[in-house]
Write a protein that binds this ligand. Structure first.
Ligand code: KIV
Length: 295
């Protein structure tokens, strides 16, 4: 199935990943693997694949809910998806994205929304986007006892003010703003920060100042770990993937072929075959026919 060759699937029993494990991985230079998931079977798959962190990203808006950006996804939709993922995970840390509009307005709103996610879904942590006012929101949520992951660079919830879905920090001044936001989120108590779609040079320049794990997506190889959207990495999502995506399978075409074969089988009588049906004792069948004849 893999277009890049087989990789080993962990077979040893594993223990639950902790925040301390992430810090230890940063200290020892062992890369952190993070991926998104949005439903129960996907959660079981990424769990079996042995990732360290699973993010129920608001990318769900596009990958599973059919919106054209992350902006419209609601708290209730994200709560339902996060709870489904929780039921499918055993070992990775579970991070829930707080959707656009659910935390920015005030510290009180941010804490209340974060508490709702932790209480009702069983997520271990929440993620919020941007520097600016999100630095205060991160500090408030952390002070309320909830671990927070920050997210800087390309922040899709506010892509409109960033000039669309494009890489960030391409000039020294813009890059400095991204670095300042990352450092402020670290200072605010975030346990990790995502760097999205920034030049590798920017990552390398700021990494010596980052004491918490940095997870990159389109930020080069200098981070402490990487994250990809499940549907991108397995080639499920249609359309052209972003430049930073590496596809490890092409499941969309496999799925379409499977459904097309099924539809053709139904139309030609190839499915169901006798082995797909249930049987009944011949005498019961004969009696049924008698009973029906007498109706
Ligand atoms: O929503 C998401 O999937 C994300 C990752 C790309 C980091 O925020």
């Amino acid at each position: 199935m893999s277009v890049h060759g087989a990789a080993s699937v962990p077979s040893e029993p594993r223990r639950k990943v902790t925040f301390a494990d992430l810090a230890a991985k940063k200290a020892t230079g062992e890369p952190i693997a993070m991926v998104t998931a949005y439903d129960h079977p996907t959660a079981q798959i990424v769990d079996a694949g042995g990732v360290d962190i699973v993010l129920v990203g608001d990318s769900a808006a596009m990958t599973v809910l059919g919106y054209d950006s992350t902006v419209p996804v609601t708290i209730d939709e994200m709560l339902m998806l996060t709870a489904a993922v929780r039921r499918g995970l055993s070992t990775p840390l579970l991070v829930a994205d707080l959707p656009f509009g659910s935390y920015e307005g005030s510290d009180e709103l941010a804490v209340a929304t974060a508490q709702r996610f932790i209480k009702t879904t069983g997520a271990d942590a929440v993620k919020i986007e941007r520097g600016g006012t999100s630095i205060d929101r991160a500090r408030a949520i952390v002070a309320a006892g909830i671990p927070v992951m920050g997210h800087v660079g390309l922040t899709p919830q506010t892509a409109a003010v960033l000039g669309g879905y494009r890489s960030q920090g391409r000039t020294a001044d813009e890059a400095l703003a991204v670095c300042r936001a990352a450092l402020a989120l670290q200072q605010a108590g975030c346990f990790a920060v995502v760097f999205e779609a920034i030049p590798s040079d920017v990552t390398e320049a700021v990494m010596p100042l980052m004491q918490v794990p940095v997870i990159g997506i389109g930020a080069g190889s200098g981070t402490d770990g990487q994250v990809l959207v499940f549907h991108d990495l397995l080639g499920i999502y249609g359309g052209r993937p972003a430049k930073f995506v590496k596809q490890y399978a092409r499941l969309r075409s496999v799925m379409i072929e499977g459904v097309a074969e099924y539809a053709a089988d139904v139309r030609t009588g190839g499915y169901p075959a006798p082995e797909h049906g249930y049987s009944m004792a011949p005498e019961e069948s004969a009696r049924l026919r008698e009973l029906l004849a007498g109706l």
